[in-house]
Design a protein around this ligand. Structure first.
Ligand code: SF4
Length: 264
Protein backbone atom coordinates (compact mmCIF):
# COMPACT_ATOMS: atom_id res chain seq x y z
CA UNK A 1 0.00 0.00 0.00
CA UNK A 2 1.22 3.49 -0.84
CA UNK A 3 0.85 4.95 2.65
CA UNK A 4 0.84 8.60 1.64
CA UNK A 5 -1.69 8.06 -1.14
CA UNK A 6 -3.96 6.05 1.16
CA UNK A 7 -3.73 8.60 4.01
CA UNK A 8 -4.43 11.58 1.76
CA UNK A 9 -7.33 9.80 0.05
CA UNK A 10 -8.99 9.00 3.39
CA UNK A 11 -8.40 12.46 4.87
CA UNK A 12 -9.51 14.12 1.61
CA UNK A 13 -12.68 12.02 1.60
CA UNK A 14 -13.55 13.11 5.15
CA UNK A 15 -12.79 16.78 4.48
CA UNK A 16 -14.89 16.75 1.34
CA UNK A 17 -17.83 14.75 2.70
CA UNK A 18 -18.22 16.77 5.88
CA UNK A 19 -17.15 20.16 4.44
CA UNK A 20 -14.50 20.43 7.12
CA UNK A 21 -12.20 23.00 5.53
CA UNK A 22 -13.17 26.25 3.79
CA UNK A 23 -11.41 29.11 2.01
CA UNK A 24 -9.32 31.26 4.36
CA UNK A 25 -9.56 28.92 7.37
CA UNK A 26 -6.85 29.04 10.00
CA UNK A 27 -6.63 25.55 11.46
CA UNK A 28 -5.09 24.88 14.86
CA UNK A 29 -4.16 21.21 15.14
CA UNK A 30 -4.27 19.74 18.64
CA UNK A 31 -1.14 17.63 19.07
CA UNK A 32 -1.48 15.25 21.97
CA UNK A 33 1.92 13.59 21.88
CA UNK A 34 0.63 10.48 20.11
CA UNK A 35 1.01 9.11 16.59
CA UNK A 36 -2.48 10.15 15.45
CA UNK A 37 -2.24 13.92 15.83
CA UNK A 38 1.22 14.07 14.25
CA UNK A 39 -0.11 12.07 11.30
CA UNK A 40 -3.06 14.46 11.04
CA UNK A 41 -0.79 17.50 10.99
CA UNK A 42 1.39 16.01 8.25
CA UNK A 43 -1.62 14.97 6.17
CA UNK A 44 -3.05 18.50 6.38
CA UNK A 45 0.33 19.96 5.41
CA UNK A 46 0.47 17.75 2.32
CA UNK A 47 -3.13 18.56 1.39
CA UNK A 48 -2.47 22.28 1.88
CA UNK A 49 0.00 22.13 -1.03
CA UNK A 50 -2.51 20.39 -3.32
CA UNK A 51 -5.89 21.79 -2.27
CA UNK A 52 -7.69 24.25 -4.54
CA UNK A 53 -8.50 26.38 -1.49
CA UNK A 54 -6.20 28.37 0.79
CA UNK A 55 -5.94 27.63 4.47
CA UNK A 56 -3.23 28.04 7.09
CA UNK A 57 -2.04 25.69 9.81
CA UNK A 58 -0.59 25.93 13.28
CA UNK A 59 -0.25 23.36 16.07
CA UNK A 60 -0.54 23.37 19.84
CA UNK A 61 -0.14 21.02 22.78
CA UNK A 62 -1.86 21.35 26.14
CA UNK A 63 0.19 20.27 29.15
CA UNK A 64 -2.17 18.79 31.75
CA UNK A 65 0.57 17.11 33.77
CA UNK A 66 0.01 13.68 32.24
CA UNK A 67 2.80 13.15 29.75
CA UNK A 68 5.22 10.43 30.81
CA UNK A 69 8.24 12.23 29.38
CA UNK A 70 9.12 15.77 28.24
CA UNK A 71 7.10 16.90 25.23
CA UNK A 72 9.95 19.00 23.74
CA UNK A 73 10.91 16.52 20.97
CA UNK A 74 7.37 16.75 19.54
CA UNK A 75 7.69 20.53 19.39
CA UNK A 76 11.06 20.28 17.64
CA UNK A 77 9.62 17.82 15.13
CA UNK A 78 6.63 20.07 14.38
CA UNK A 79 8.82 23.14 13.97
CA UNK A 80 11.09 21.15 11.63
CA UNK A 81 8.01 20.76 9.41
CA UNK A 82 7.79 24.56 9.24
CA UNK A 83 4.71 24.76 11.49
CA UNK A 84 4.32 27.18 14.38
CA UNK A 85 3.93 25.16 17.63
CA UNK A 86 2.45 26.51 20.85
CA UNK A 87 2.98 24.69 24.14
CA UNK A 88 0.54 25.70 26.83
CA UNK A 89 0.75 24.60 30.45
CA UNK A 90 -2.76 24.51 31.82
CA UNK A 91 -2.38 25.44 35.49
CA UNK A 92 -6.03 24.67 36.42
CA UNK A 93 -5.44 21.07 35.18
CA UNK A 94 -2.26 20.80 37.27
CA UNK A 95 -4.17 22.03 40.34
CA UNK A 96 -6.90 19.47 39.55
CA UNK A 97 -4.31 16.67 39.75
CA UNK A 98 -3.21 17.92 43.19
CA UNK A 99 -6.69 18.51 44.54
CA UNK A 100 -8.56 15.57 42.97
CA UNK A 101 -5.97 12.98 41.91
CA UNK A 102 -8.70 10.45 41.08
CA UNK A 103 -10.67 12.75 38.77
CA UNK A 104 -12.16 11.09 35.73
CA UNK A 105 -12.02 11.80 32.01
CA UNK A 106 -15.10 14.05 32.09
CA UNK A 107 -13.51 16.64 34.33
CA UNK A 108 -10.15 16.38 32.60
CA UNK A 109 -11.75 16.88 29.16
CA UNK A 110 -13.73 19.87 30.41
CA UNK A 111 -10.52 21.53 31.61
CA UNK A 112 -8.77 20.66 28.36
CA UNK A 113 -11.61 22.05 26.24
CA UNK A 114 -11.45 25.38 28.04
CA UNK A 115 -7.67 25.53 27.51
CA UNK A 116 -7.99 24.52 23.84
CA UNK A 117 -10.45 27.33 23.10
CA UNK A 118 -8.23 29.83 24.87
CA UNK A 119 -5.16 28.72 22.87
CA UNK A 120 -7.02 28.65 19.55
CA UNK A 121 -8.35 32.16 20.20
CA UNK A 122 -4.79 33.35 20.90
CA UNK A 123 -3.60 31.77 17.66
CA UNK A 124 -6.31 33.50 15.64
CA UNK A 125 -7.71 30.15 14.51
CA UNK A 126 -11.32 29.58 13.48
CA UNK A 127 -10.95 25.79 13.14
CA UNK A 128 -9.61 23.26 15.65
CA UNK A 129 -8.56 19.86 14.31
CA UNK A 130 -8.30 16.75 16.47
CA UNK A 131 -6.65 13.44 15.60
CA UNK A 132 -9.45 11.01 16.49
CA UNK A 133 -9.20 8.00 14.20
CA UNK A 134 -11.61 5.45 12.73
CA UNK A 135 -10.76 3.26 15.75
CA UNK A 136 -11.81 6.05 18.12
CA UNK A 137 -15.12 6.47 16.29
CA UNK A 138 -15.88 2.71 16.39
CA UNK A 139 -14.85 2.37 20.03
CA UNK A 140 -16.87 5.42 21.02
CA UNK A 141 -19.98 4.05 19.29
CA UNK A 142 -19.80 0.77 21.18
CA UNK A 143 -18.85 2.47 24.45
CA UNK A 144 -21.92 4.69 24.23
CA UNK A 145 -24.22 1.82 23.28
CA UNK A 146 -22.92 -0.49 26.01
CA UNK A 147 -22.31 1.96 28.85
CA UNK A 148 -24.59 4.95 28.32
CA UNK A 149 -27.55 3.47 26.41
CA UNK A 150 -27.04 6.00 23.63
CA UNK A 151 -26.49 5.38 19.94
CA UNK A 152 -23.80 7.98 19.24
CA UNK A 153 -20.10 8.28 18.55
CA UNK A 154 -18.07 11.45 17.85
CA UNK A 155 -19.02 14.32 15.56
CA UNK A 156 -16.72 14.45 12.50
CA UNK A 157 -17.50 18.17 12.33
CA UNK A 158 -19.24 20.40 14.84
CA UNK A 159 -19.12 23.92 16.24
CA UNK A 160 -18.15 25.15 19.69
CA UNK A 161 -21.09 26.15 21.85
CA UNK A 162 -20.63 29.87 21.17
CA UNK A 163 -20.10 29.15 17.48
CA UNK A 164 -16.64 30.73 17.36
CA UNK A 165 -14.79 27.54 16.31
CA UNK A 166 -15.46 24.73 13.85
CA UNK A 167 -14.14 21.50 15.33
CA UNK A 168 -13.07 18.86 12.85
CA UNK A 169 -11.81 15.26 13.01
CA UNK A 170 -10.31 14.57 9.58
CA UNK A 171 -8.92 11.12 10.53
CA UNK A 172 -12.43 9.64 10.85
CA UNK A 173 -11.68 7.18 7.98
CA UNK A 174 -8.04 6.52 8.93
CA UNK A 175 -7.27 3.47 11.05
CA UNK A 176 -4.55 3.31 13.67
CA UNK A 177 -2.50 0.83 11.66
CA UNK A 178 -2.08 3.67 9.19
CA UNK A 179 -1.18 6.35 11.76
CA UNK A 180 1.23 3.93 13.44
CA UNK A 181 2.90 3.07 10.13
CA UNK A 182 3.05 6.75 9.18
CA UNK A 183 4.61 7.87 12.47
CA UNK A 184 7.12 5.00 12.29
CA UNK A 185 8.04 5.78 8.69
CA UNK A 186 8.71 9.42 9.62
CA UNK A 187 10.44 8.48 12.89
CA UNK A 188 8.13 11.01 14.56
CA UNK A 189 8.53 11.20 18.36
CA UNK A 190 5.64 9.76 20.37
CA UNK A 191 5.20 10.87 23.98
CA UNK A 192 2.84 8.60 25.92
CA UNK A 193 0.17 9.86 28.29
CA UNK A 194 0.35 8.07 31.67
CA UNK A 195 -3.21 8.29 32.84
CA UNK A 196 -4.73 6.71 29.75
CA UNK A 197 -2.91 3.53 30.79
CA UNK A 198 -4.80 3.63 34.09
CA UNK A 199 -8.22 4.71 32.86
CA UNK A 200 -8.34 2.88 29.57
CA UNK A 201 -9.59 -0.58 30.56
CA UNK A 202 -13.06 -0.21 29.03
CA UNK A 203 -11.68 1.40 25.89
CA UNK A 204 -8.99 -1.24 25.54
CA UNK A 205 -11.54 -4.02 26.04
CA UNK A 206 -13.78 -2.68 23.27
CA UNK A 207 -10.85 -2.22 20.91
CA UNK A 208 -9.61 -5.74 21.57
CA UNK A 209 -13.09 -7.15 20.93
CA UNK A 210 -13.40 -5.26 17.64
CA UNK A 211 -9.92 -6.50 16.65
CA UNK A 212 -10.94 -10.10 17.44
CA UNK A 213 -14.09 -9.76 15.33
CA UNK A 214 -12.09 -8.19 12.54
CA UNK A 215 -9.63 -11.09 12.56
CA UNK A 216 -12.56 -13.27 11.43
CA UNK A 217 -14.40 -10.71 9.32
CA UNK A 218 -12.09 -8.32 7.48
CA UNK A 219 -13.18 -4.69 6.89
CA UNK A 220 -15.36 -4.75 9.98
CA UNK A 221 -14.35 -1.25 11.10
CA UNK A 222 -15.10 0.00 7.60
CA UNK A 223 -18.59 -1.47 7.90
CA UNK A 224 -19.11 0.06 11.34
CA UNK A 225 -18.17 3.47 9.93
CA UNK A 226 -20.43 2.91 6.93
CA UNK A 227 -23.29 2.02 9.29
CA UNK A 228 -22.78 5.28 11.18
CA UNK A 229 -23.41 7.09 7.90
CA UNK A 230 -26.37 4.95 6.87
CA UNK A 231 -28.94 5.05 9.64
CA UNK A 232 -32.32 3.42 9.17
CA UNK A 233 -34.10 5.23 11.92
CA UNK A 234 -37.39 3.43 11.24
CA UNK A 235 -35.59 0.17 12.15
CA UNK A 236 -34.61 1.49 15.57
CA UNK A 237 -36.57 2.22 18.72
CA UNK A 238 -36.37 5.98 19.06
CA UNK A 239 -39.96 7.21 18.93
CA UNK A 240 -38.76 10.70 17.90
CA UNK A 241 -38.01 9.20 14.49
CA UNK A 242 -40.92 6.76 14.20
CA UNK A 243 -44.24 7.52 12.63
CA UNK A 244 -46.64 4.65 13.46
CA UNK A 245 -48.97 5.82 10.65
CA UNK A 246 -46.33 6.02 7.90
CA UNK A 247 -46.38 3.53 5.04
CA UNK A 248 -43.67 1.01 5.82
CA UNK A 249 -41.61 -1.59 4.07
CA UNK A 250 -42.36 -4.67 6.05
CA UNK A 251 -40.91 -6.96 3.40
CA UNK A 252 -37.51 -5.44 4.05
CA UNK A 253 -38.03 -6.00 7.78
CA UNK A 254 -38.95 -9.64 7.06
CA UNK A 255 -35.78 -9.98 4.99
CA UNK A 256 -33.68 -8.56 7.79
CA UNK A 257 -35.31 -10.95 10.28
CA UNK A 258 -34.60 -13.93 7.98
CA UNK A 259 -30.96 -12.86 7.62
CA UNK A 260 -30.73 -12.59 11.39
CA UNK A 261 -32.12 -16.11 11.88
CA UNK A 262 -29.61 -17.41 9.33
CA UNK A 263 -26.72 -15.71 11.13
CA UNK A 264 -27.89 -17.07 14.50
S1 SF4 B 1 -7.49 9.49 29.50
FE1 SF4 B 1 -6.41 10.86 30.91
S2 SF4 B 1 -5.81 12.63 29.65
FE2 SF4 B 1 -7.41 11.53 28.56
S3 SF4 B 1 -9.31 12.51 29.20
FE3 SF4 B 1 -9.02 10.76 30.55
S4 SF4 B 1 -8.00 11.60 32.34
FE4 SF4 B 1 -7.75 13.09 30.69
Amino acid sequence: MDLEKHLLRKVGEAIHRFRMVREGDRIAVGVSGGKDSVTLLEALLLLQKRAPINFSLCAFTVEQGKFLSPIGPIGEYIRSLGVEWTYHTDNPSLRLIDEQPDHGCDLCSRFRRRAVYQIARGLGANVIAFGHTADDFCESLFRNILYTGRMSALPPVTNSRKGDFRIIRPLVYVTEEVTRAWAESKVAPVIPCGCSQKTGTVRRGIRETIAEWEAERPHLRENILKAMGNIKHDRLLDTRFLDPDAAGDDEEADGAATELVQVL
